[in-house]
Write a protein that binds this ligand. Structure first.
Ligand code: AHR
Length: 342
């Protein structure tokens, strides 16, 4: 007997009046697709946000709120205050409230994967936005609908490419990493480091390796401005010879700029900085000359998340990864976008 049910079979069963099919992990049948979502007049969407302590998170929440309102959906938003255990509890609570669908960014990729499976077992489809979970634990197209987000590995590569070019292939780099265990932190580090090693996604890059682009220290700043500043202050004491900073987000880059200035260094001259996100404050810093460049990572997920949800309701095939394209901001175009981001 074929124990695997695919999405089309489930949709057919659902349409034939069999109702929502929920199969627990202990049951003998394995669902090879996320639970279906039937057409209704309106939906209650559970949105478990990771926190609200930076412009990126505020931009993402506003985008979700505005879009839900526009479409007449109820959005139940929780705030984990950047605490992974709290976000797990928030998702469990949204499952218990029987929301129609969960759309959220998992703070850490392994820690949040089990609640994605819990939602599936409770018959609630999940769309992950911005951050993904570990595919060894939960799989897109099977355990959850899809991941909508940027190519974080490529963001790291783009930052490295700009920095290597700007520094003529020679730098002593401090890397400020994002939240430990978060997939943008893992992937942005990989893309950056692999590019400098002369390879990208297992393939040698045409530009080759950059042996004199040396990462002299790498430490987490938890994607936070003040933590980035404090980490940079400490690292500057043991590495006063730093000539470049790669920060996994703009907030940490802005914190690093403050630390460098406090230490009497001139960011943009003595130390060249590249980061990721493209927030308004980063564009201002580029125009001022303290930040070199930033790779965009858009937080505006509302329209694409709800479009994808509606396509799923319609029974369309959804790719495992709905990729978001990112722009690049440096002194050639930052002024044009000042005040237009988040
Ligand atoms: O997951 C995206 C990252 O999370 C953004 O780069 C960062 O600013 C946010 O906290």
């Amino acid at each position: 007997m074929d124990r695997t049910l695919n999405r089309r079979t489930i949709l057919r069963m659902s349409a034939a009046g069999a109702g929502l099919l929920v199969v627990g992990r202990s049951a003998s049948l394995t669902l090879a697709a996320p639970p279906p979502l039937e057409k209704k007049d309106t939906y209650t969407v559970g949105f478990a946000q990771t926190g609200s302590n930076n412009p990126w998170r505020l931009g993402e929440s506003k985008s979700m709120q505005d879009e839900a309102k526009k479409r007449g959906y109820t959005l139940i938003e929780t705030n984990a205050n950047e605490d992974t255990a709290k976000q797990i509890a928030d998702v469990k609570s949204l499952i218990a409230q029987k929301v129609d669908i969960l759309i959220f960014p998992p703070r850490e990729s392994q820690a949040l994967a089990p609640v994605v499976l819990e939602a599936k077992n409770a018959g609630i489809p999940v769309i992950l936005i911005d951050r993904d979970v570990d595919h060894d634990i939960a799989k897109p197209g099977e355990d959850y609908v899809t991941f909508i987000g940027s190519d974080f590995v490529d963001q790291g590569r783009r930052a490295a490419e700009w920095l290597a070019k700007t520094m003529d292939g020679k730098a002593k780099i401090i890397q400020l990493e994002g939240t430990t265990g978060a997939d943008p932190a893992i992937d942005r580090k990989k893309g950056f480091e692999d590019y400098l090693k002369g390879e990208f996604r297992g393939t040698p890059t045409p530009s080759g390796a950059f042996p004199e682009m040396e990462i002299i220290a790498s430490q987490t700043g938890d994607f936070l401005r003040d933590t980035g500043r404090q980490v940079m202050q400490t690292l500057l004491q043991s590495h006063p010879d730093v000539t470049a900073v790669y920060a996994h987000n703009d907030e940490m880059a802005i914190g690093a700029i403050a630390a460098l200035q406090e230490a009497g260094k001139k960011p943009g001259e003595d130390v060249i900085i590249v980061s990721i996100d493209g927030e308004n404050a980063a564009l201002d810093a580029i125009v001022e000359g303290t930040l070199g460049a930033t790779v965009e990572s858009s937080p505006f997920f509302g329209p694409i998340a709800f479009d994808t949800m509606e396509q799923y309701i319609d029974g369309d095939d959804i790719p495992d990864w709905v990729k978001v394209d990112d722009r690049f901001f440096d002194k050639s175009n930052a002024a044009e976008f000042q005040g237009k981001q988040f």
